[in-house]
Design a protein around this ligand. Structure first.
Ligand SMILES: C[S@@+](CC[C@H](N)C(=O)[O-])C[C@H]1O[C@@H](n2cnc3c(N)ncnc32)[C@H](O)[C@@H]1O
Length: 256
């Protein structure tokens, strides 16, 4: 569909976001239903409207990034992180450099801080947390969550690290202080290096094979030898050796 190609070009110019690196059928479906809901008939008319209306641009950005998250998502994997991965990483070095990439509203980096805080003092925890979407980063910094975001969190952790405010839960300040939120586009921006652990979950599913390939390559360069990449529970890497990884545990890869 040529008008989608034109739309991709214009969005890239306006926002720096390259939609051609996201799976096309899925993205097109999502955006088509959005513009139809707003009464537009094609991508060209929709772009013209976005261009002139910041609220429509905001809504578009909101829809193209899927922001669903929760604390301790796939709880068994967090158990492995706690019992196996952290003890091994900490046996070499007590101050780990950690990155939660595509962190959405903050559940993931805060979960990391909570789990790690049972191994080391909070003052030794520093987590970089990034996302493409500035809106979710602002919500992450506030750290207030509905009850459903906590359904996998062990009760002792809820008591220790959250303040209950009716149906909402506020992450305590000592945990919040361990996380540094920044905007970062995995497809465009420079990657920091020297990480012991990179957590990147439930975003690779949206990217094309070429984009994934580049991102895994970049993660590999960003990790120290022996560092770990923790991926989502539908995001197994089929040829880890290609990126210099070995499988450590299911959904955890070690940089050789
Ligand atoms: C489904 S959420 C995953 C959140 C969390 N990692 C988890 O597993 O619960 C996907 C996130 O990826 C972000 N995202 C999409 N494209 C991105 C990109 N190019 N660079 C960085 N983040 C991106 C979205 O804004 C969204 O917050």
């Amino acid at each position: 569909m040529p008008d989608y190609a034109t739309f991709i070009g214009k969005i890239k110019q306006k926002t720096g976001i390259d939609l051609s690196l996201y799976k096309e059928a899925q993205m097109k479906r999502r955006l088509t239903s959005l513009y139809e809901k707003r009464g537009f008939r094609n991508f060209i008319d929709y772009y013209a409207a976005i261009h002139n209306d910041p609220a429509l641009l905001e809504e578009f950005l909101d829809r193209m990034t899927i922001n669903v998250s929760e604390f301790y998502r796939n709880a068994q994997r967090w158990e492995v992180l706690d019992k196996k991965i952290f003890p091994k990483l900490l046996s070499g070095n007590k101050k780990l450099k950690i990155w939660s990439a595509a962190c959405s509203t903050g559940e993931e980096p805060y979960s990391l801080a909570m789990v790690l805080s049972s191994h080391v003092p909070l003052r030794d925890i520093a987590i970089l947390a990034t996302d493409l979407d500035a809106g979710v980063i602002n919500r992450a910094k506030v750290g207030l969550y509905p009850e459903r975001a906590l359904k996998e969190v062990p009760p002792a952790v809820v008591n220790k690290h959250f303040v209950n405010e009716g149906h909402y839960y506020q992450v305590k300040d000592d945990i919040k202080r361990t996380v540094n939120f920044k905007q970062h586009n995995l497809l465009e921006d420079r990657y920091e290096t020297g990480f012991d652990l990179i957590v990147c979950r439930n975003v690779m599913i949206y990217f094309t094979e070429e984009a994934k390939d580049q991102i895994y390559m970049n993660f590999s360069k960003s990790l120290k030898p022996g560092g770990i990449l923790f991926v989502g529970s539908t995001e197994q890497i089929f040829n880890p050796a290609k990126y210099g990884f070995e499988s450590e545990e299911t959904f955890f890869y070690r940089k050789v």
